[in-house]
Write a protein that binds this ligand. Structure first.
Ligand SMILES: [Zn+2]
Length: 248
């Protein structure tokens, strides 16, 4: 129990020190971190910590539209679904929910790596459904580099599951489900997420404000932002992994 409080606390303090997450976001992540470590043990914590550190590292790669700290909404959209899988595990004690935890966590990391490493891609970016050419860096645009990076997320997080004594077939399921998360993220990013045009610099942005002025919606829905897309893709992986594990 002490370890379950101590380890997430160290992570939360580091996040505050690095100034990467808002205070409310840190508190939300801290509470979810305690639940994760208490129920899922040290390996579940390692998966969370790896996702956290690799996300910070990959943020450095990505040229951001604007410099920003991660908010409470971003923390919830990335960690809440994974936490729910472990809460269900606590009551049901079925391995299925452990696999779901790692799949969703791997998916969050896959998204992050696909967009940051993918932003370095020199080649053309394509639409995930029509395979038509898309502007680089636009929400939903897919590059072959980004696609490869999305498999890396599940590979890393699945390895933690495997090292904890997990089954090799489940490891493969975690890799595939994590990549599915990133793909679902791209499709919804391309079709549902609100895209805005800045009246000053004419750039297309995912934000409602750019260059200090309000932008105008040109595609998607204004109530669907990146956080909602992340949450939805996590829920898709949550459900799909459950179905796959049931019929396996
Ligand atoms: Zn602008």
């Amino acid at each position: 129990m002490y370890i379950a409080v101590l380890l997430p606390s160290l992570l939360a303090l580091f996040a505050l020190y690095k100034n990467k997450i808002t205070v409310s976001g840190t508190i939300a992540a801290w509470i979810m971190g305690i639940i994760i470590t208490y129920v899922g043990g040290i390996y579940a914590f390692i998966a969370l910590a790896l996702t956290f550190f690799l996300t910070i590292l990959s943020d450095k790669l990505k040229k951001k539209d604007r410099d920003e700290k991660r908010t409470i909404y971003q923390m919830f959209s990335n960690v809440l679904t994974a936490t729910c899988a472990l809460i269900i595990y606590y009551f049901k004690q079925s391995e299925i929910f452990i696999v779901m935890y790692y799949a969703v966590m791997g998916g969050s990391l896959a998204d992050t790596l696909a967009s940051s490493i993918g932003s370095l891609a020199k080649g053309k970016n394509i639409n995930p459904l029509t395979f038509k050419k898309m502007n680089k860096g636009e929400s939903g645009a897919v590059s072959s580099l980004g696609l490869s990076a999305s498999f890396l997320g599940g590979f890393v997080i699945g390895a933690v599951y495997y090292l904890s004594g997990g089954d090799i077939v489940n490891y493969l399921i975690i890799i595939i489900m994590s990549a599915l998360d990133s793909y679902a993220d791209s499709v919804m990013g391309a079709y549902l997420q609100g895209k805005y045009k800045c009246s000053k610099c004419n750039k297309i942005s995912e934000y409602k404000e750019h260059c200090g002025e309000k932008t105008t919606l040109i595609r998607g829905f204004n109530f669907i932002n990146n956080d909602i897309v992340n949450l939805l893709s996590n829920i898709i992986v949550f459900i799909t992994t459950y179905i796959v594990m049931i019929i396996k």
